[in-house]
Design a protein around this ligand. Sequence first.
Ligand SMILES: [Zn+2]
Length: 167
Amino acid sequence: MSETIIRLITTIIIHCSATPPSMDIGAADIDRWHRLDGYFKIGYHYVIRRDGTVETGRPLNRAGAHARGHNHDSIGIVLVGGVDEEFIAEKNFTEEQLNVLHDLITDLQLTIYRQQTRMVDIIGHRDLPGVAKDCPSMDIEAWLEKQDGGDLPPEKLHQWKTIRFKK
Ligand SMILES: [Zn+2]
């Protein structure tokens, strides 16, 4: 990633689209829904489709609209899926999606570490204080524990493993 991130970023927030696996939606669909909700465009910075394709939403240097009170200093990533056919929360992401999420997160971590000399917190939407929903229907911290840190410097691997929301 060569893009210079001008905004100060402290947190990467993972969401799900709360759509069943049978709905193969992407950034264009979410963009349409968010505009209908009155936003000027899609509220997330990245969309990870069911097949693992990454689509971009808002430019990284524009604040998102995905987590009230935390949009100014965060990046929003949404995994398509996260509910069953009855729209009940379910961790049903594909292997491709989770592999791509890992690569995207490590890439962003490394970029922000190089440009802003900070490690960012990586959390699920539901890990934010005061959030009552299940989004993203998975335990991001437990999942991170099982990942490696990609190209992150070795001295930062411990932080990668223990990243959580601290405020
Ligand atoms: Zn969410």
